[in-house]
Design a protein around this ligand. Structure first.
Ligand SMILES: Cc1cc2nc3c(=O)[nH]c(=O)nc-3n(C[C@H](O)[C@H](O)[C@H](O)COP(=O)(O)OP(=O)(O)OC[C@H]3O[C@@H](n4cnc5c(N)ncnc54)[C@H](O)[C@@H]3O)c2cc1C
Length: 301
């Protein structure tokens, strides 16, 4: 079994808070890989202790999440990935799980392996009970801080700095939203998984021609179709545009939370039972491709 430990830290104190993760992984598996991401370069002035052969990425983590996730997924087949629990760690776990088809468990307290089976412990029922979960297949888990007194002998001089050198977003220009652009826009063009990657330009054009902004559901941002800064919903932005046009989104509650304050919502979905229609003023049952073309034609004509 191969375990990858991914620590995401702003400084060496952060790292020390979680160094028990390395020990845990080493006790569980013979093959342990360790990846450390620093989102600040200040840490490089400090001597820190890491397991041997740790790979260090130093990057603006949120900005580079897609690149980094792609690079790790491509180069590192792993059975279990243990990630430090913090906001970025939890966000990354969801993203990486989607990318690799692994199950995702957040905020876990422990992990054990018994007869080849993997068990996760995690507080449940408003943290009143400790649950034990048997995991099948690949697993990505974020772990609450696990401190250890173990002293790793490797210092910053012995680790490798890696340029991810990976662009899984070929052919797509990722445009970050200006600060508050989505929150303040009057017209929103929102896309969901029903929109194909290679047709993105049409939706961008539509947003531009209407003087609005483009945003999307979480899967669309995690798939790298639009920038993370354009995610709408509980985990992203809340938009209160006068008009929102929603293409190919099912209307899951975490998404709807981000558009419910919009004035008029028009949704297009090929499934007449899609939840999004319950939260829309106008709904069209049809193919997004057909309607984006029609709208563009009307505006241009
Ligand atoms: C803790 C947590 C937080 C979350 N936060 C967010 C959040 O902030 N924002 C968010 O968006 N999600 C969030 N999610 C995920 C959310 O639950 C949904 O999974 C997500 O919103 C679904 O995205 P989607 O509608 O693009 O995809 P899907 O649910 O897959 O829907 C795609 C839709 O496209 C339609 N479709 C497909 N092809 C076409 C076509 N050619 N023409 C027309 N329609 C078509 C389908 O009928 C379907 O309804 C969160 C989940 C969790 C657990």
């Amino acid at each position: 079994m191969k375990i990858t430990v991914l620590t995401i830290c702003n400084n060496d104190i952060d790292l020390k808070k979680h160094n028990g993760l390395f020990e845990l992984a080493e006790n569980l598996a013979s093959e342990v890989y360790s990846i450390c991401v620093f989102s600040s370069d200040k840490v490089f002035n400090t001597e820190i202790n890491l397991p041997k052969n740790t790979v260090i990425f130093q990057c603006d983590f949120l900005g580079d999440m897609k690149k980094l996730g792609g690079a790790i997924a491509e180069n590192n087949e792993t059975d279990i990935m243990l990630i430090t629990k913090n906001t970025l760690g939890n966000e990354f776990a969801g993203f990486f799980g989607t990318k690799t088809g692994a199950s995702v468990m957040l905020n876990c307290n422990g992990i054990s392996v018994n007869g080849g089976e993997v068990y996760i412990t995690k507080k449940v029922y408003s943290e009143n009970l400790m649950g034990e979960f048997q995991c099948n297949g690949k697993l990505v888990a974020t772990m609450n801080s696990l401190k250890s007194d173990m002293n790793y002998t490797c210092t910053i001089n012995h680790v490798t700095h890696v340029d991810t050198g990976f662009d899984g977003l070929e052919g797509i220009t990722i445009v970050k939203a200006e600060e508050n652009a989505l929150e303040q826009c009057e017209i929103l063009v929102a896309i969901g998984r029903g929109v194909k990657k290679n047709t993105l330009e049409k939706y961008q054009q539509l947003a531009e021609k209407l003087g609005g902004e483009i945003g999307g559901t979480r899967p669309v941002t995690y798939d790298g179709i639009i920038d993370l800064s354009r995610m709408i919903g509980n985990s992203g932005k809340a938009v209160s545009a006068k008009v929102a046009i929603v293409f190919g989104a099912s209307g899951a509650l975490p998404f709807v939370a981000g558009i419910e304050n919009c004035g008029t919502i028009l949704s297009i979905n090929k499934d007449e039972n899609a939840m999004i229609f319950k939260n829309s003023n106008y709904g069209i049952v049809g193919d997004v491709q057909e309607y984006v073309d029609m709208l563009l034609e009307k505006i241009q004509g």
